[in-house]
Design a protein around this ligand. Sequence first.
Ligand code: 5GP
Ligand code: ZN
Length: 114
Amino acid sequence: MEDCLFCRIIAGEIPSDKLYEDDGFIAFRDINPQSPVHVLVVPKKHKERLADCSDNDKTMLSGLLLVANKVARDEGIAESGYRVTINSGPEGGQLIYHLHLHLMGGHKLSDQMG
Ligand code: 5GP
Ligand code: ZN
């Protein structure tokens, strides 16, 4: 998906503040952080949104959460706490149509859930 921003970040065509990478995932800091730690965890395989996932994506989806846990430990927020969010579709507030997870923490997050 050459016109996809996150595919271009994965390909290294657009720079990012990368914290983690393996064969299946990349994690980098959000360009417009909403909390002291705000990291995006992104599967390398282009999939538009969570709503498009099925049983075939079980391994990828569990991997996404486990990479978030690893980055949270590396960022020192595993004990203080954090929130993970996936926005799916227009009313979910999704702006970039390449599946990704937001990992947020580093201060007390608001109780507001929308
Ligand atoms: P969404 O609303 O799709 O769940 O979130 C997209 C996120 O991507 C937003 O939090 C936005 O700040 C972030 N973002 C957009 N463009 C870039 C970029 O070029 N680099 C990085 N690191 N983050 C981006
Ligand atoms: Zn993509």
